[in-house]
Design a protein around this ligand. Structure first.
Ligand SMILES: Nc1ncnc2c1ncn2[C@@H]1O[C@H](COP(=O)(O)OP(=O)(O)OP(=O)(O)O)[C@@H](O)[C@H]1O
Length: 241
């Protein structure tokens, strides 16, 4: 279980508050969408959860461990198990989908493996299983330059899973994709939540959030103004954004 209490964040020389007293409990397997107007703090919240931004106040507990008070080892453990999926994820275009999944990114992978590309056979099987699960088995040996945006996004998800992600944070992961490709990526994420109990927290447009997420947080002025489980938003809730 993830427990966030009183997360606050200020930015700039004037210390403008961007996140104000964000508190929430998150269960394994939830698919949480962050929705809200531009500037409401969605990306900052995601980046604070990814520890890409420092917290100015609050506590962050994961399975009973205080991440912010556990020093560098607590943060490293969190970084290993929490993947941050970007809008246009980095994939090496000259490598196959399989190699991208197996080799991972600098910082995730030993240098000798980055250079030689050598992998263990059980790693190979694990990566192929994950690519199959994500509907990419027939693309496993295709160079990433030949893959569509949606397929590259799914390669990035496969890479995160193979490298041990239990939580996926995604900032507008389907921006720029055509509707069919976007649906496929979101169905993949939803399937991972349901079947693998992966937790997903993602900035999404409202109409997509209502179709795919199990929970929707509405952000306005750096606060969570509603927290809705398992249903569409009411007219009143939409008006709060
Ligand atoms: N480093 C920074 N310095 C100054 N202001 C910042 C900084 N980071 C974020 N902000 C401000 O904080 C507010 C929240 O930004 P954030 O990117 O989290 O919003 P958002 O809801 O993700 O917006 P969008 O939907 O447009 O991406 C904005 O007003 C932004 O300008």
């Amino acid at each position: 279980m993830i427990r966030i209490r009183q997360l606050t964040k200020h930015v700039g020389a004037d210390r403008i508050p961007v996140l104000r007293n964000i508190s929430a409990d998150i269960q394994q397997g939830e698919f949480i969408a962050l929705v809200g107007p531009s500037g409401s703090g969605k990306s900052t919240l995601l980046r604070c959860l990814a520890l890409k931004e420092s917290w100015d106040g609050g506590s962050f507990m994961i399975n009973g461990e205080d991440v912010l008070k556990n020093g560098i080892s607590g943060k490293l453990k969190q970084r290993r198990e929490w993947a941050f999926l970007e809008q246009n994820p980095y994939v090496n275009l000259n490598r196959s989908a399989l190699k991208n999944v197996l080799i991972g990114r600098a910082g995730q992978t030993p240098v000798w493996r980055m250079i030689t590309g050598m992998v263990r056979s059980d790693d190979y099987m694990g990566a192929m299983d994950t690519l199959e699960e994500l509907g990419l088995l027939d693309k496993a040996h295709a160079k990433c330059e030949k893959l569509s945006g949606g397929e590259r996004q799914r390669v990035a998800i496969a890479r995160a899973l193979v490298h041990g992600a239990k939580v996926i944070l995604a900032d507008e992961p389907v921006n720029g994709l055509d509707p069919a490709a976007a649906d496929k990526v979101l169905e993949t994420l939803r399937g991972l939540c349901k079947q693998e109990r992966i937790t997903v927290i993602s900035v999404l447009p409202l109409e997509i959030a209502e179709r795919f997420a199990s929970r929707i947080w509405g952000l306005q002025g750096g606060e969570i103004v509603f927290d809705v489980h398992g249903r569409r938003l009411t007219y009143g809730e939409k008006n709060m954004l």
